[in-house]
Design a protein around this ligand. Sequence first.
Ligand code: ADP
Length: 249
Amino acid sequence: AQAALAQAQKMEAVGQLTGGVAHDFNNLLMAVLGSLELLRKRLPDDPRLLRLLDNAVQGAERGAALTQRMLAFARRQELKPEPVELNRLVRDMGDLLQRSIGPGMRIETRFPTGLPPALVDAHQLELALLNLVVNARDAMPEGGTITVAGRLAEDAAPMLCLSVTDTGTGMDEATLARAQEPFFTTKGVGKGTGLGLSMVHGLAAQSHGRLVLRSRPGAGTTAEIWLPVAAREAPGQATAHGPEAVAPG
Ligand code: ADP
C-alpha cells in the first residue's frame, strides 16, 4: 500500500505540473502562431523570408501538438466532484486503512448520524484520507489511536469536516508552517515523498474547501479536510419546476 501511495502521489504531482505547464505553454504558442500569421500578410514577397517564416510556424505547431498531448495526459487527473457520504466512504475503506496502519494501533471512527453528503471527487478523497492515515501512523511509532471523524459546521456557509487525529509526535511550528509544501518531508530519503499533504491541500482547495492542520509537539496532530456540502435535490422538485423557474424576470 505504501509504494502504491507514493506512486499515486507522484502521478498526481506530475499530472498537475504537466497540466499547468502545458496550458500556459499552449497559450504562448497560440500567441506566437497568431503573430506569425499577421507577419505573413505584411512580409515582402521574398522566398527566403517566407521559408524562414514557414519554419517558425512549423516549429510552433509542433510545440502546440505536444502541449495537446500533455494536456490529454493531465486531463486524466481532472476532478469529478459528486455527492459523497463521508461515513460510507470511510467504512468502505476500512480494510485498506486497517492494512495501512502498524501493530499497536487502532482506528476509531466518529460520525454523527444524518450528515449531509460532501461535494468532492470520491476517488481523490479516498487517496487524501489514506495519506492522512499513513501520516498519523508514521507519527506514532509507539502505537496509539487514530480517530477519523466527520462533522458539520454551520457558520457562514455549511461545511463538512473530515478529520484525522493522532496522538503521535506532533509538529513544531517550523514543520507545521511548511508541512503542506510540495516535496517538504522530514521522513528521510526513500521514506517520504513530501507530496502527501500538498495533494490533500490541492484537493481541498480545488473542491472549494481547505486543509487545516492543528498540531502540538508531543501531543499529536489533527488534519481537517473542509469540504462544501453537496446541494441535495429535493425529492419531487424537478429542476424545471424549481423555485428559480417561477422567479420573476
Ligand atoms: P511525507 O509524508 O511524504 O513526508 P507529507 O506531505 O504527507 O509528506 O508530510 C510532510 C511532513 O509533514 C512530514 O514529513 C512530517 O514532518 C509532517 N507531518 C505530516 N503529518 C504529520 C502528523 N500526523 N504528525 C506529525 N507530523 C506530520
